[in-house]
Design a protein around this ligand. Structure first.
Ligand code: MG
Length: 321
């Protein structure tokens, strides 16, 4: 439904060519830039391992980084509900400043609007970001270079962000020690790209989870994808909660995870570089591009079967980011 909303209501009217990539690619006078924007409405605003401000900075940094760009400048706009505590706003501003420093970006402009009590739920933040994009990396977000035999890698366990946020909501009955994975991926990505390995595609695995990213990639490239359930890292407490509540870890949101598609000859080197980064110590090869095809994603399951991996349907977890 999100995909339909974007394509049927907005993208055509705005003349957008590639509405489903992480960043727009802008070329002007020999310079190539990546440009992206995102809004954050997470509930609650503070959750184990992060807060809405940290999410807003890292989310935009990661969308630029997976496009092959070096994130440089961010904007930040705040919609604040009347009565929201200034002390909480200061905490969030400090958190954003810290997140910007960790990501080596500067927040350079922004906006504030205050709306009446009851007209917005505490605080919403919109960030936009610009990154410098070397022309040799400009196709990474498009998937154009993906080919059969390429391997799929992810940098660690899935679902921690979703479970941390759900656990922080008072209407749920369980308590966990699980932290959000929210983190800036640009340094890990820079290490991978500077190795010169053949990187065919990258995307951060956020709302909609790995299932969405894989289906978008399969649709963009018209190639089939096969993954191995046993290779997909999921932390034990997250796995347990998924079993109790009937969630599929493949559909859960993350805020510090990405999918990298690497060439057949280079993927072991890419895995080694990813594992040497603190944000990639749990990296794994999870599958491969199998053939030109109908854009179908399948998975060899732990129990020895094979199933189709489809887009998550409906609103699984609202206001997760
Ligand atoms: Mg993204």
């Amino acid at each position: 439904m999100t995909g339909r909303l974007v394509s049927e209501v907005f993208a055509g009217r705005f003349g957008m060519d590639h509405p489903l990539t992480d960043s727009a690619i802008l070329r002007n006078n020999g310079m190539t830039l990546a440009f992206t924007t995102d809004s954050y409405v997470v509930d609650p605003i503070f959750f184990p391992g992060g807060d809405i401000g940290k999410l807003a900075v890292f989310g935009t940094v990661n969308d630029l980084a997976v496009s092959g760009a070096t994130p440089a400048y961010l904007t930040a706009s705040f919609i604040i509900e009347e009565g929201f505590l200034v002390s909480d706003l200061i905490t969030i501003a400090c958190s954003m400043a810290d997140a910007a420093e960790k990501s080596s970006v500067k927040i350079v402009t922004g906006d504030t609007k205050v709306v009446e009590k009851g007209k917005c739920h505490g605080l919403f933040i919109t960030t936009a970001g610009i990154g410098i994009l070397p022309e040799k990396h400009a196709r990474i977000g498009s998937g154009e270079d993906v080919r059969p035999g390429d391997r799929l890698l992810i940098n660690g366990s899935l679902g921690n962000h979703s479970v941390a946020v759900l656990g922080a909501r008072k209407d749920l009955v369980f308590k966990t020690n699980i932290l959000s994975d929210c983190a800036p991926l640009n340094h890990l990505i820079a290490a991978v790209l500077s190795s010169g390995s053949s990187i065919r595609f990258m995307r951060d695995i956020t709302r909609g989870g790995l299932a969405t990213v894989l289906n978008e990639l399969a649709a963009m490239t018209c190639k089939d994808i096969l993954i191995e359930e046993d290779s997909i890292p999921v932390d034990e407490p997250v796995r347990g909660i998924c079993e109790i509540l009937g969630f599929d870890p493949l559909c859960l949101a993350n805020e510090g995870k990405l999918l990298i598609v690497a060439g057949e000859k280079d993927y072991e080197e890419v895995l080694r570089i990813m594992r040497s980064d603190p944000l990639g110590s749990g990296s794994a090869v999870i599958g491969e591009i199998t053939s030109p095809g109908k854009g179908m994603v399948s998975m060899n399951t732990s129990t020895g079967g094979r199933r189709i991996v489809d887009y998550p349907q409906g609103i699984l977890l609202p206001r997760i980011c």
